[in-house]
Design a protein around this ligand. Structure first.
Ligand SMILES: [Zn+2]
Length: 271
């Protein structure tokens, strides 16, 4: 996801087009929706969309049709040269890294599964860097939980084709590809080693409101501290946060890898 629109515009458009469904543990108060979340940005009030709820759009066309077309299309050609592809399963480097691969479930902004199995592949240098960040965080009582990593190009095309034109600032243009397509970006959060539970952050994952911004000043002090801890641990290992999404980190070598369209099945277990 690569937001390019101002957050307030996104939130206002979202009020017309986006439905927000609650996750397994909704906040006790009523959900006033994205506009209220935007309006609360200056106060830091934690209201609006519950951090554990799932933000949704209404896909323009049936997902099955989108998949068929996207699988028949081809990624853009880039001149290179590129490094040799070496995608590895992140958890194979450290089994205590946890997964909640949302696009392998219906708990995502499209409300449908896009992956047939739960995997998180990254190019080896990025995977090893993420594992080092995970180990460093362990000394603070936290671990890495991965929402998404390598994403085949056809899934990026499906996201684009499903998204109403007014909301396409949220999603990467398949003509350019996504850094996820290169196996060099990861969507992650922290979990508490003592409880195994994800920590609270200023927004939910893939929540397209002002609260998703990496420098959003609202949320609680604990949430901002969690976000800062995640960011500093990943920065120390060569990752840069996307300004509009606290959960999205690009590895510094992303330009060195090609846009890929390999399915998880073609990648196998990844070692
Ligand atoms: Zn991302």
């Amino acid at each position: 996801m690569t937001p390019r629109l101002p957050r307030l515009v996104i939130a206002l458009i979202g009020a017309l087009s986006i439905a927000c469904s609650r996750g397994p543990a909704p906040a006790p108060e009523a959900d006033p929706g994205p506009v209220a979340a935007a309006a609360s940005r200056d106060t830091g009030a934690v209201r609006g969309i519950a951090p554990d709820s799932v933000f949704r759009i209404a896909p323009l066309r049936p997902v099955a049709d989108l998949r068929r077309e996207a699988l028949a299309a081809s990624p853009p050609e880039e001149p290179g040269p590129f490094r040799e592809v070496d995608l590895v399963e992140v958890r194979s480097l450290d089994p205590t890294i946890r997964y909640d691969i949302r696009y392998a479930t219906s708990r995502n902004f499209m409300g449908a599964p896009f992956y047939t199995s739960e995997h998180a592949f990254l190019q080896r240098p990025a995977a090893e860097a993420l594992a080092r960040a995970h180990r460093a965080l362990g000394e603070r009582g936290f671990g890495i939980l991965v929402y998404d990593a390598y994403r085949p190009w056809h899934v990026t095309k499906m996201f684009w084709d499903a998204t109403p034109p007014g909301l396409r600032g949220f999603v990467a243009n398949p003509a350019d590809g996504s850094r996820h397509n290169r196996g060099a970006a990861a969507d992650v959060t922290l979990y508490d080693l003592a409880t195994g539970a994800p920590v609270s952050m200023p927004s939910g994952y893939d929540e397209f409101t002002v609260r998703a911004a990496a420098d959003y000043p609202g949320g609680t002090p604990d949430e901002r501290r969690n976000r800062a801890l995640l960011r500093s641990a990943l920065r120390a290992e060569g990752f840069t946060v996307l300004p509009g999404e606290w959960w999205h980190f690009d590895h510094r070598d992303w330009r060195e890898y090609p846009i890929l369209n390999l399915t998880f099945e073609e990648l196998g277990d990844g070692g």
